[in-house]
Design a protein around this ligand. Structure first.
Ligand SMILES: NC(=O)c1ccc[n+]([C@@H]2O[C@H](COP(=O)([O-])OP(=O)(O)OC[C@H]3O[C@@H](n4cnc5c(N)ncnc54)[C@H](O)[C@@H]3O)[C@@H](O)[C@H]2O)c1
Length: 255
């Protein structure tokens, strides 16, 4: 055990989660790099100055509870939890199967719910302030996200959940916020470029250019753009900020 604040980041083996783990580590956190893909988590954890990898499927509530209990037992603290794991699959609304709808909600919504519950229980039991950040999306604020109806619904739910958690956990000095990225260059985006190109009968390059054209700051977002805002939310600079959904999208959607 040491005095470094301890942060857990889910879906941290890739993309935005890996960048969040790296940024929190750079700012002095010990980071548990949690992902369903253990090899990916190991690679990211090995690049940090202090941290460890953990295989975690956020859709398994029992596994999440055990993981949190194990972290608290080994480290004696849990300061920051980032529920970042998420999935997407582009299909026309009329073609989305019940199984795909269920899977999207299991990871993007139930996973955030289960992780938030277990993290909050542990933070309350530790009698220490805590910070929870949920990765939502620009598609949590507007349905103008083609071929992603299940994803949109699952991410809108995250914003409501964030507010409800923020209200109930405030008396325990636990702050809960969401971050809402736009078009972020990650493996998820590479898959979406191919799907959208196929569904529109165009090329991934055309789709990418359309996304850039939709972004006043005129570039794709980097995972680090998101990670820096998550690190801000996890810092004392955001000490009076809770229940919010912070857009980080280069102006692609303004609210
Ligand atoms: N890339 C974007 O443009 C974008 C935009 C807005 C929001 N987001 C959100 O940001 C988050 C990260 O997305 P990304 O672009 O880095 O995606 P990514 O696919 O690059 O990384 C997602 C990670 O989550 C992990 N994961 C998937 N299911 C899991 C599960 N059940 N349990 C634990 N880990 C699981 C994957 O193994 C992967 O390492 C997601 O919640 C996504 O919805 C992404």
């Amino acid at each position: 055990m040491n005095n470094q604040p301890l942060a857990v980041v889910t879906g941290a083996g890739s993309g935005i989660g890996a960048a969040i783990a790296t940024e929190l580590s750079r700012r002095g956190h010990y980071v548990v790099v949690a992902d369903i893909n253990e090899d990916a988590a190991e690679l990211v954890a090995a690049s940090l100055s202090a941290g460890e990898a953990m295989r975690l499927d956020v859709t398994n509530a029992d596994a999440v509870e055990q993981a949190v209990q194990g972290i608290v037992a080994s480290h004696g603290r849990l300061d920051v939890w980032v529920s970042n794991a998420g999935i997407s699959k582009m299909e026309r609304f009329v073609d989305i199967s019940p199984a795909d709808l269920a899977r999207t909600f299991e990871v993007n919504t139930y996973g955030v719910f289960y992780c938030g519950q277990s993290a909050a229980r542990a933070m309350i039991a530790l009698h220490r302030p805590g910070i929870i950040v949920n990765t939502a999306s620009m598609a949590a604020k507007q349905g103008k996200a083609p071929f992603l109806a299940d994803y949109v619904a699952s991410k809108f739910a995250v914003l409501g959940l964030t507010q409800a958690m923020a209200l109930e956990l405030a008396p325990h000095q636990i702050r809960v916020n969401s971050v809402c990225p736009g078009f972020v260059a990650t493996p998820m985006q590479t898959r979406e470029l191919a799907w959208e190109a196929e569904l529109r009968g165009t090329t991934p390059d055309d789709v990418r250019q359309g996304w850039i054209n939709d972004t006043p700051l005129a570039r794709l977002q980097t995972p680090e753009d998101v990670a820096k805002v998550v690190a801000f939310l996890a810092s004392d600079d955001a000490a009076f900020l809770t229940g919010e959904a912070i857009s980080v999208n280069g102006g692609a959607f303004m609210d």
